[in-house]
Design a protein around this ligand. Structure first.
Ligand code: G4P
Ligand code: NA
Ligand code: NA
Length: 194
């Protein structure tokens, strides 16, 4: 997606060989116009898949997911990373390992909102090692819902998440795929340009 690649090129900051900072439009400040374009692009790619609901994870997955949900006319549910005061019953949970933080977190959604009748589109901001996406897929499996695919804003193609998911036969649609962050420079994979 050209508009997204341009934004990454102009505002993204390469922090190391494997970390890209995009706080100015995705992870801290949010650019609503760009998010809307991202939402429309996810909607276009999954328009024939009978999606009934979008499943994401707090916090940075929410903005692109809401924009996709608005375009597709379906609700958005975000998995929580911490226990909630009011959301305590009928939870469906999964474990998510973090390679970067060396921790294991439990993520949860309410079984009231993800059911066997649903066809889900899973969306997240980044695909790195794929642990968050695998956790969301686990939740979908427990709920009995089907999953049409995974939509990612920025995939780091040099990490294992994309391979891990696609090897399981899961459809992954990434709007920008970064092949390298070497020498402080962002190199995009060509096929991702739409
Ligand atoms: P994984 O799910 O792919 O295994 O991710 P990992 O544990 O490696 O990453 C943990 C957090 O760091 C996730 O956000 C993930 O989106 C984010 N992340 C991974 N690589 C990058 C990167 O290169 N740049 C940026 N900006 N973020 C990256 P999170 O902690 O769940 O935070 P949030 O959703 O609340 O923002
Ligand atoms: Na995320
Ligand atoms: Na994130």
């Amino acid at each position: 997606m050209k508009q997204l690649q341009d934004k990454i090129s102009s505002e993204g900051r390469v922090l190391s060989e494997d970390v890209l900072k995009v706080d100015s439009f995705l992870n801290h400040q949010v650019d609503p116009r760009l998010m809307q374009a991202i939402g429309k692009e996810f909607a276009r790619r999954f328009e024939n898949d009978g999606i009934t609901k979008i499943l994401t994870i707090e916090s940075s997955g929410i903005a692109p997911s809401v924009m996709a949900g608005l375009t597709m006319g379906v609700p958005v549910i975000f998995a929580r990373k911490r226990a909630s005061l009011t959301l305590t019953e009928g939870l469906i949970s999964a474990e998510v390992k973090s390679f970067t933080k060396q921790t294991v977190n439990t993520i949860s959604v309410s079984g009231d909102y993800v059911t066997a009748e649903d066809t889900l589109l899973i969306i997240d901001d980044f695909l790195a090692n794929g642990q968050a996406a695998l956790g969301l897929l686990d939740i979908a499996r427990h709920s009995g819902a089907s999953v049409a695919g995974v939509g990612i804003v920025i995939e780091k193609g040099f990490q294992q998440g994309g391979i891990l998911l696609r090897d399981q036969g899961i459809r992954v649609e990434s709007l920008a795929i970064i092949d390298s962050l070497a020498d402080g420079k962002v190199s995009f994979r060509e096929e991702a340009e739409v």
